[in-house]
Ligand binder design. Structure first.
Ligand SMILES: [Cu+2]
Length: 79
């Protein structure tokens, strides 16, 4: 979830194999892109929801918004 230049919940707890989608509840475009490469939602316009991304690795996956680099989030991924 996205809103007010932040991600919620953050961190989010997910399991390996789970599909994650980001919904943009803010009024400007955002993305969710894994740091150092990996998943990338691409641009999510206001009110839109990203395509589902299947999480395949366990651990803490940090990500950010490519439009607003100071906007960061994390997924805590467990097996
Ligand atoms: Cu953003």
């Amino acid at each position: 979830m996205l809103g007010g230049n932040s991600y919620s919940p953050n961190p989010a707890n997910v399991q390996v194999g789970q599909q994650v989608r980001w919904h943009n509840a803010d009024s400007v475009v955002h993305t969710a892109a894994q740091n150092g490469g990996g998943f990338d939602t691409g641009l999510i316009t206001a009110g839109a929801t990203s395509a589902p991304i299947t999480i395949t690795t366990a651990g803490t996956l940090n990500y950010h918004c490519t439009v607003h680099p100071s906007m960061t989030g994390a997924l805590n991924v467990t097996q």
